[in-house]
Ligand binder design. Sequence first.
Ligand code: MCN
Length: 791
Amino acid sequence: MSISPGIEIGIGTATPRFEDARLLRGLGRFTDDIHPAGAAFMVVVRSPHAHAGITRVDGDAARAAPGVLAVLTGADAEADGIGTLQTMVQRHRADGSPMARPPYRVLATDAVRFTGDAVAIVVGETLQAAHDGAELVAVDYDLRPAVTDVAQAESGPAVWPGDVPDNVSFVFRQGDAAATDRAFAAAHHVTRLDLRISRVSANPMEPRTATGAYDAADGTYTLHAGTQAPHKVRSELAEHQFGIPANRIRLVSPDVGGAFGMKGSPYPEYALVLWAARRTGRVVRWAATRSESFLSDYHARDQVTEVALALDEDGAFLGLRVRVLANLGAYLAFNTPHSSTNNLGGLAGVYRTPHIHAEVRGLFTNVQPHAPYRGAGRPEATYALERVIDQAAVELGIDRAELRARNLVPPEAMPFRTGLVFTYDSGDFPANMRMALDAADWAGFAARRVESEARGMRRGIGVANAIEIAGGPAASPNEEGAEIRFDPDGSATIVLGTHSHGQGHETAFRQIAATRLGLDPARVRVVFGDTATAAYGRGTFGSRSIMAGGGAFVRAAERVIARGRPIAARLLEAAEADIVFRDGRFVVDGTDRGVGVAEVAAASFVAAKLPPGSEFGLGASAIVAPGGATFPNGCHVAEVQVDLETGVVSVLRYLVVDDVGTVINPLLVKGQIHGGVAQGLGQVLMEAIVYDAEGQMLTGSFMDYAMPRASDLPCMTVISNPVPTAMNALGAKGAGEAGTVGALPVLMNAVIDALRPLGVTDVDMPASPHAVWSAIQKARIHKTRIHTKGE
Ligand code: MCN
């Protein structure tokens, strides 16, 4: 279908985004753009200490300050019955007992456990009045020792003294330990690597925001907040913080300026604005400043990993063993144990490794809670695997690409049950790698390296195969909801339970509607993000919206077609049995006489046009689970250049061959891959949350926390090698996180490749100029010592 001359729409077309007309002209409406009349402002008083007992919170001076409407503390929240935040992931300790789940209050009462922990809120007539009031809240702290480094957690001061003295929340083991041990015992060679994956903050352009309202007339709350999962956040608030039926809360998540997994959780501030609205009788607004975001958004990654790969004499992978220390932070938020334990299947990669065993120790420290961030465990798993493969290749003297090629799962082995959790349904991994190496001119790299060296630079190339689970869990993928509504003029509204915060769903779902129902995109609206509009949804995470939400849409579309068939038959004066639905139209089989869905929809509201006894309307909805999770996969090749004098790493080339199954919109998929790679590149080369010995964050602003800029990124090549999946009606695999999964390992592999001739075998993440320069100096000193000893 053509939307204007030269622009086609439908599945598979590179349709530009409909939402850009709004977003690029500054017409997007984000939570903080909504200014309800008479709104008051909330400021959160946060702990300046990483760990301290609270001996007094005194809000009297603040209460007396001009323009202050309320000062509320943790004790007030308890008195009002505001419940604690809950985690949805259950794990166990080593002895089999349930994991330690200390209470996560919306405002701390007895102690603060990270710098930024919320202690009180001040509501003011103006933002300034609330800020001034917040400065008058007196809190007496009894300082306690803190631990922020996960490697020190088990020997460090207890974050929950008395309750969890060893800081161990859980120990999670997966895989066959005995078989893995046997594989290692029989190995010709074992390669070991110790890795650190840095702590990062998602830093979306739009900081977190929330506006709460309470209607005393019927006891209902309305929350506007930029979240990825409106229905889920609402049900958590209803069940755990307020103890009311879910239908008493309406959650509206309008335009959202980036979320990246970080905005998928319920946060204390959401409950706080609603509670404050109830207490003050005013609409209450809160928006995090950038510095406050650093201190209050849930962080991600932050693992110490030991990985070992066992190989036979031909380089076949026999077993993989991984031990992870995962930094959970001080509290268990909604998804805190998720990333480090739910996606361990990614350790299998695209390889045949038969035996894999992983152990994850989930540890409390005095930092913010952990949450999923683009990839949520898959980049971490892939990083460990693809880095150890490079190291093994060097130790065995086998070319890195060749070693990978020897171990790839061939397409004819599908469905393939991996050595850990996942069963892959489809994909052509050897073709991905072949295409990537050819397109990146892997063979010509040696000449490019010489050319760089002639200019005093070091050049490195990396390859990494990426695979991830989308729309998991693997065993029982989650259901999603979609609805198609028609107005009497035949225009259609698609109502989604998923949420778009940059992915382009307003375009993608119009494309699916154009192909599946022949609907004119100009007469379609796509809406989401309001629990009062969408009956049901789980939300957007795990790259699931197209495969799960798209599947629900297709089921609803099938229902529309089934409802429309008798109406079409009447309009076409044919027998219902002769009506077929073809190319987006109801047609009389064997003829070119037909009628479109919009016309049938209009007729469905006119009694005279309906078959006798029919119901009015054509709309339909569906809540369905896909047949299975999907496994987007691909191969990344990156080329970097390192300036030995400064340690600066420049990424010169980046290429991805990806398989996201049926591509709905190649333009959107490329954009998603670009964005995912950019976030991976940021983490590998510059981003990191850093604390000092007392637990103070040293990287609390963009002056200290380096974000990647356009000039840090090369022009990327994205090549598609789609193998449709049979797991959902569209054949689509997820695309939203795929870029990040490959970017982490491939970039570090390229950096190490550049520096290996100098004797460098590892660089701390991020490979900042300082880290790279230090690694070079260390290797030089080491070499000089060996040389001197030899003399
Ligand atoms: N797509 C496609 N063909 C496919 C799969 C996807 O054309 N086979 C396109 C779709 O059109 C869709 C987009 O790619 O618009 C992403 O689809 P999907 O892979 O289903 O992922 P979700 O829409 O569920 O998005 C979630 C994913 C996640 S988990 C994170 S984190 C992330 C990401 O998307 N956060 C983002 N991409 C982001 N992009 C932006 N701009 N902002 C974020 O916060």
